[in-house]
Design a protein around this ligand. Structure first.
Ligand code: ATP
Ligand code: MG
Length: 330
């Protein structure tokens, strides 16, 4: 079985439709065919402004949402990153393999630091920690959205470099990106990706929104003035984004959508899509609440997941320590 690993940041009270279609749906599906490790990456979340109590609660809500979506802690290791101390330990080693200029080319850092009043070194070295996250598990495939492709390339480069310098240590991972849903756009600003931390609230469909809120956001999505349901991401980014969402959630195709709504304008199309979105995502909130009802049990599940993760992570870390000339962790 291939090894699969991915993570999501607890940077908001709810995940959104982009997280779901770009990554989380694949997480759930891959459990059937892979040995999966899924984590809530709270170490990454402190690279932007945060409040400790809020962060702690969001990590729990994140884990509960993942379970509500179908991540099964019996089959996959589901854990919170801060409970596995091997992550920052390997990150230090990987940082020493990374060129300063190489790290400086990461576009996510440029985007995110431009929006912050105060930029930390942690935000700069984020992709190095991410490389460590992935390499610790000898990961074959990393299901992520398009925005993570560059970080995955860096991870591959670092693995290849380390293996070349010190001898075979890490599996070189591949990004697992589903083309059709690789970047879901913000509904209010369709030239930007939907994001937890920066999207306009009305442009972002949260998984924990009330179904009526979801409908409203879809119906008020920015489109264009030519009233033709046609796929053209360049000239019609708003409509094309909605079509991608429709095709993915309604298990249909772009061609069929164009045929169905030919000559009917945007109103019908948006109305139908609003129902598809509310039907598919509506039940997630109640299921999340159920998992949150017993916090002690949820914390036990996460601790067990962290134990499972540490068994693999500690083995890789010990190997890397030895290769680089360190004393073994005791
Ligand atoms: P933040 O704004 O805090 O970075 P985010 O929405 O980008 O939040 P992350 O936790 O950084 O979410 O990413 C979780 C996963 O969701 C990653 O695999 C990422 O590639 C994917 N993802 C995020 N936004 C989108 C999107 N708009 N379309 C498709 N995939 C996405
Ligand atoms: Mg992100």
């Amino acid at each position: 079985k291939p090894r699969v690993l991915s993570g999501i940041q607890p940077t908001s009270d709810s995940f959104h439709l982009g997280n779901y279609l770009g990554a989380l749906r694949q997480w759930v599906a891959l459990q059937d065919v892979a040995d999966a490790f899924y984590m809530v990456v709270d170490l990454h979340a402190i690279t932007v402004e945060h409040e400790p109590k809020v962060l702690h609660e969001r990590s729990r809500v994140s884990a509960a949402q993942l379970m509500a979506l179908g991540v099964d802690p019996e089959r996959s290791a589901l854990f919170v990153q801060s409970q596995v101390p091997e992550h920052p330990m390997l990150a230090w080693i990987m940082g020493a393999q990374t060129g300063f200029g190489e790290a400086g080319r990461m576009t996510q850092f440029k985007d995110k630091s431009a929006k912050q009043e105060r930029t930390t070194v942690g935000l700069f070295t984020y992709p190095i920690l991410q490389a460590a996250d992935i390499l610790l598990y000898q990961t074959d495939q990393v299901p992520v959205g398009e925005d993570q492709r560059q970080h995955l390339e860096l991870t591959r480069d670092l693995a290849i470099r380390f293996n070349g310098t010190y001898g075979q240590t890490f599996t070189v991972p591949d990004a697992y990106i589903v083309k059709e849903t690789a970047t879901i756009k913000d509904l209010a600003e369709p030239e930007k990706k939907m994001s937890k931390s920066s999207a306009s609230p009305r442009g972002c469909v949260y998984l924990l929104d009330e179904p009526n809120q979801m409908r409203k956001k879809i119906k008020s999505a920015v489109t264009d003035s030519d009233a033709e349901v046609r796929y053209d991401p360049e000239r019609k980014p708003g409509v094309s984004n909605l079509m991608n969402i429709y095709a993915a959630l309604g298990s249909t195709t772009l061609d069929k959508i164009e045929a169905e709504y030919a000559g009917r304008g945007y109103g019908d199309f948006k109305g139908d899509l609003a129902e598809v979105v509310a039907d598919s995502l509506g039940p997630i909130a109640a299921r999340t609440k159920e998992y949150l009802a017993d916090r002690a049990e949820l914390d036990r599940i996460l601790a067990k997941g962290a134990e499972k993760a540490r068994q693999v992570a500690s083995r890789t870390l010990a190997k890397a320590y030895k290769k680089i000339g360190f004393f073994p962790p005791v």
